[in-house]
Structure formats: structure tokens, C-alpha cells
Design a protein around this ligand. Structure first.
Ligand code: NAD
Length: 354
């Protein structure tokens, strides 16, 4: 089925309210998820909602938590997310970091113990909207590892996202926002739900043999997702683990730490004010010139044009804002199941299915 993002947002808001969240928190979280769908990242869209409801019910997600400052050293601030909705404590921490960077030129903010932060680009885009550059190193803990280190046949890491965003005055921001795995795990789940295969190079089975079958991630003994870019991607994933996980969260993927099946993100975020360097004007001139230079590249055979990071998401946004978001049957059934678990009346679910 094809649904308007506003419909998905409204449905998921109702689900979260029924699960115990207050209206504005539920709407903020649902809005973040629906925006991820609009930008083409279905893996980080409303398909996540059922796991959030389950984690509320299990006591692993506190729908009432807000950010709290643990340690404030001026330029460096440590924040605890209290296992709150990542979309809420993540946005609060980002707004806090932006304010600090306005005053000091730079803010280095660590957010630990946030429930799943969703699409990290959202926080980078908040920074860009405020005219700031941002860099985000994130690790993922609380459940079994999924990603094999380079050269390994067993999973030891998660899909640890890395993001950096550069603001533009004369155009949309440049948004590099990516899992350090070859593919975000949510995309494996989306393919699994839709009965589709996965592209070459993303997965290996439990013996380390390459496969296109997403089922290997949902059966035992399980397979692994590969890091992107061979040992370079593995290296960046490790840095996310050490900077987001060890430095900020004090919680890495080592087996001695809890693996209850929840999803906790720890994030190290650097927010930089261009005014503290050579100023916005020169910075922007140089960016514009570089972007034009890249756009003028002769496309490779079979490619329509060279793009800038963040552009595919904007193209999908433009399309889905008009044509709606595709939702496969299994994902819809999972959402309906989450609505039931949350205690939402059946006629409310039927209203959205109609
Ligand atoms: P992706 O591979 O689709 O895109 C990665 C980056 O490459 C994006 O910045 C995109 O704009 C850019 N890009 C894509 N095609 C391009 C092209 N032709 N030219 C130039 N740039 C191009 O993204 P992904 O790695 O699958 O990650 C998806 C999402 O998952 C991200 O939003 C990420 O934050 C999120 N994620 C979150 C978690 C978490 O724990 N919260 C974990 C992993 C991933």
C-alpha cells in the first residue's frame, strides 16, 4: 500500500500515546520516523515503531525521559538520555549543542543512554538549519552484534552510524549520513519483510560465505552484515564504537555488557560555528564553487549525473511528498500488531488501513 507520510505520522502518534507517551513526545517521535520514510530510509521509518512499543512494555524505553546534563565543562558537555525516545533526547541535546556553539564557536556534546536515535541526519540537519557544521559518531548497544570486523566470520559490532553535515546559504545542506556497515540493518529487515534479496557484498552467512539472502540474519546460526569499504569502513565503525560508545556511553559491544534486546545509541557530537573560523561568507563561496565543480563532472556511463551527499534523500522526499510512502504488507501487519500491543482500539487501526 501507499500512504501519505502525514497518515503514517498520525497512526504512529496514536500508537505511542496508547503505549503511554504524552502527545507532543509521541508526535515528535512519529514525525521523525515518517520523515525518514519520506527521505527514502524506510529502514529508519515507521517500521521501527513496533520495537519501540515492545521496549516501552519491557521497561527498556522510558517515554517520559528528557535529556539531563551529567557534567558541564563549558565546551564539553555530557548528557544522559535516560533511555528516553532517542528522537526526543537527541533533538534536545542537539539544540543544546547548537546554543553552546553559538556562544563558544564549538560544542562537544556526548549523549549517552538514548533509546534508538533513528536517522542521525535529522540532528545534523538541525545544526545546518542553524548555520552550523556538525559531526556525529554513534554506537549501538543493547543487543547481539550484527556486523563482522574486516577479515572476521563472526559479528562483533553494530551498524554504528557516522554523520557529518555542512550548511549552505545558497542551497540545501550537504548531508553525509550513513551506517558504517555495508547496509543499514533496517534495510535487511525491510528486504526480509518484503521477500526481496540484498545486493552483493552486504551479507555473509554463518560460515562467512557471501549471500544475498536476508533470511541469514533472522535464523540460527546467524550470518553477519559486512562493514562498508572493507577495512576502512571497519576502522570508522570502530571509531564510532570508541568515541560514541567507550568515551561517551561507557558501553561498547563487549559481551560482558548487557544485551537484553533493546537498542541504545551513544553519540559524540561536535558542532562548529563557521563564524569562529574564516566566517560564513568565504566558507560558503568555497562550498558553492566546489559543489559547482562536482556537478560539472562528466557522468560515468549509465549514470545520469553526479550527486552531492543528501541529494538522493531530497529527490525521494520530493517524490514521496506527492506520491506517498510505500508500506509492504508485513510491515503494515507489524504496525497493526504494535497498535494492538499498545492498546489502541481496533477501529482506530481500521481507520488508517482504509
Ligand atoms: P545510504 O547508503 O542510503 O546513504 C549514505 C549516504 O550516501 C547519504 O548521505 C546519502 O545522501 C549519500 N549518497 C547516496 N547515494 C549517493 C550518490 N549517488 N551520490 C552522492 N551521495 C550519495 O544510507 P545508509 O548507510 O543505509 O544509512 C541509512 C540511515 O540509517 C541513515 O540515516 C543512518 O543515520 C541510519 N542509521 C541509524 C542507526 C542507529 O542506530 N540509529 C544505525 C545505522 C544507520
Amino acid at each position: 500500500m501507499q500512504l501519505a507520510a502525514s497518515q503514517l505520522e498520525a497512526f504512529v502518534t496514536e500508537i505511542f500515546v496508547a503505549a503511554g507517551a504524552v502527545e507532543n513526545v509521541a508526535r515528535q517521535t512519529a514525525g521523525h520516523l515518517a520523515l525518514a520514510n519520506l527521505k527514502g530510509h524506510d529502514s529508519h521509518g515507521v517500521v521501527m515503531a513496533p520495537s519501540y512499543v515492545t521496549n516501552i512494555k519491557r521497561g527498556f524505553l522510558n517515554p517520559h525521559a528528557h535529556m539531563s546534563v551529567v557534567k558541564d565543562s563549558g565546551g564539553v558537555v555530557l548528557i544522559d538520555g535516560g533511555t528516553g525516545f532517542g528522537q526526543v533526547v537527541g533533538a534536545e541535546s542537539t539544540a543544546f549543542a547548537i546554543d553552546r556553539a553559538r556562544d563558544n564557536g564549538i560544542a562537544c556534546v556526548g549523549l549517552r543512554n538514548a533509546h534508538h536515535l533513528g536517522r542521525i541526519g535529522t540532528y545534523g540537519e538541525m545544526c545546518a538549519d542553524a548555520g552550523m557544521v556538525s559531526v556525529h559518531f554513534v554506537n549501538v548497544v543493547g543487543h547481539e552484534p550484527l556486523v563482522a570486523p574486516f577479515g572476521g566470520a563472526e559479528a562483533r559490532l553494530q551498524t554504528n552510524p557516522f554523520c557529518t553535515v555542512v550548511p549552505r546559504v545558497n542551497g540545501p545542506p550537504i548531508v553525509l549520513d550513513m551506517a558504517t556497515s555495508f547496509i543499514a540493518f533496517g534495510k535487511v529487515k525491510v528486504a526480509y519483510n518484503a521477500g526481496k534479496t540484498i545486493r552483493n557484498g552486504a551479507l555473509v552467512d554463518h560460515e562467512g560465505v557471501p549471500t544475498n539472502d536476508p533470511n541469514v540474519m533472522f535464523t540460527r546460526p546467524g550470518g553477519s552484515v559486512q562493514p562498508f569499504g572493507l577495512y576502512k569502513g571497519y576502522g570508522l565503525a570502530l571509531m564510532c564504537e570508541l568515541l560514541g560508545g567507550a568515551l561517551v556511553g561507557e558501553w561498547t559491544m563487549q559481551p560482558a555488557h548487557e544485551r537484553t534486546g533493546t537498542v541504545i545509541n551513544n553519540m559524540l557530537m561536535l558542532v562548529l560555528n563557521p563564524e569562529a573560523f574564516g566566517g560564513t561568507e568565504r566558507f560558503q563561496q568555497e562550498i558553492d564553487g566546489m559543489v559547482d565543480y562536482l556537478y560539472a563532472t562528466k557522468p560515468a556511463k549509465g549514470v545520469d549525473k553526479v550527486r552531492i551527499p543528501g541529494e538522493p534523500e531530497r529527490e525521494t522526499f520530493a517524490d514521496r511528498s506527492v506520491n506517498g510512502v510505500p508500506v509492504d504488507e508485513r510491515s503494515w501487519q507489524e504496525l497493526a500488531g504494535a497498535a494492538k500491543l499498545a492498546g489502541l482500539a481496533e477501529d482506530a487501526v481500521a481507520k488508517y488501513a482504509a
